[in-house]
Design a protein around this ligand. Structure first.
Ligand SMILES: NC(=O)c1ccc[n+]([C@@H]2O[C@H](COP(=O)([O-])OP(=O)(O)OC[C@H]3O[C@@H](n4cnc5c(N)ncnc54)[C@H](O)[C@@H]3O)[C@@H](O)[C@H]2O)c1
Length: 299
């Protein structure tokens, strides 16, 4: 009977037109929070009234982020940590929770990209990307999620990529880690569901961040990439952050183990565009390719 009562309570709230986007007062921890998507998550979460903990490997950028967030009136603390540092995590969480209260929401954004041809990829390029994007993410979630499990509640979002939904030449290391993020998300959603901890992933398409500008500096390549996006533009980091905040909120109370592409339609289909030309059905329709031969369909 108890589980039906829980459903009744939930239904009453929703039928009362209460959409639970309320995040105020829930402490949010963001890894990679000093730049790009992580900084946008920290800022938008903070503006919703979440106390924000920024964890990042870069000291100066972390200090600058905390300074900028506080200037906007956000309650915020920062800690410099390499997400791979298992022991450092416990110390870091002790300090942050002392200042901001128990972490109830986490977004794992720390990530790097080292594109190299697979046949000559250095061990260093493979190991470093594995280390940050997958091992580091796991160690972050193990530390933060472990506390959520003990307190029986929380919501975690891992940042994957459209490279988690398909491969990408020159990015064997990156694609492998991002596919791993989806597997990790699913496994943890199953393992921690009964403890009230939801785990989901967001798969961004092309987002205008410092990482993108470092990795895809050439204008003509950026144009070619935009050309393939059905919405016809790159994403801004805030568009990724908004979906993260939805997943952290009770509006997503029945969403767990999901990976949500936030990619402007990039992965919606396998026919795409190139140099402005629509290589999909519209182009073929326009050329009459789908016109049935005379007499076809009549028996
Ligand atoms: N920008 C895109 O187009 C795009 C697309 C898909 C997925 N992503 C993913 O989104 C996430 C954020 O990327 P971004 O574009 O905002 O990049 P970014 O470089 O702007 O920010 C990444 C942050 O992570 C931090 N970081 C890196 N290694 C770390 C470590 N070992 N420990 C702690 N912090 C570390 C960096 O210092 C930096 O502040 C990454 O996981 C990336 O793979 C980005």
């Amino acid at each position: 009977m108890a589980f039906l009562q829980v459903i009744d309570q939930r239904a009453e709230r929703i039928q009362g037109n209460i959409v639970d986007f309320e995040l105020k007062g829930r402490t949010l921890l963001v890894t990679g929070g000093a730049s790009g998507i992580g900084l946008a998550v920290a800022r938008l979460g903070g503006l919703q009234g979440m106390p924000v903990a920024v964890v990042d490997a870069q000291k100066e950028a972390t200090e600058a982020a905390v300074h900028a967030l506080r200037a906007e009136g956000i309650t915020c603390a920062g800690q410099v940590l390499d997400v791979q540092d298992s022991q450092g995590w416990q110390r870091t969480l002790d300090v942050l929770e002392e200042e901001l209260g128990p972490v109830r929401a986490m977004v794992g954004c720390a990530g790097i990209s080292r594109p190299e041809p697979a046949e000559s990829m250095s061990d260093e390029a493979w190991d470093s990307v594995m280390g940050v994007n997958l091992t580091g993410l796991f160690r972050s979630i193990r530390a933060v999620g472990g506390r959520m499990v003990a307190r029986r509640g929380g919501s975690i979002v891992a940042i994957a990529s459209t490279n988690a939904l398909g491969g990408h030449a020159g990015r064997a290391n990156y694609s492998a880690t991002k596919h791993g993020v989806v597997g990790l998300t699913r496994a943890l959603a199953i393992e921690w569901g009964r403890q009230g901890v939801r785990v989901n992933a967001v798969a961004p398409g092309v987002v205008d961040t410092p990482l993108l500008r470092r990795n895809v500096p050439a204008d003509h390549i950026q144009h070619a990439m935009v050309d393939r996006v059905p919405l016809g533009r790159f994403s801004v980091a805030e568009e990724q952050a908004q979906v993260c905040l939805f997943l952290l909120s009770d509006a997503a109370s029945y969403v767990s183990g999901a990976t949500i592409p936030v990619d402007g339609g990039l992965t919606a289909g396998y026919f795409t565009r190139w140099n402005g030309a629509d290589l999909g059905s519209n182009a073929l329709l326009a050329r009459g390719a789908y016109q049935a031969p005379e007499g076809a369909g009549q028996i």
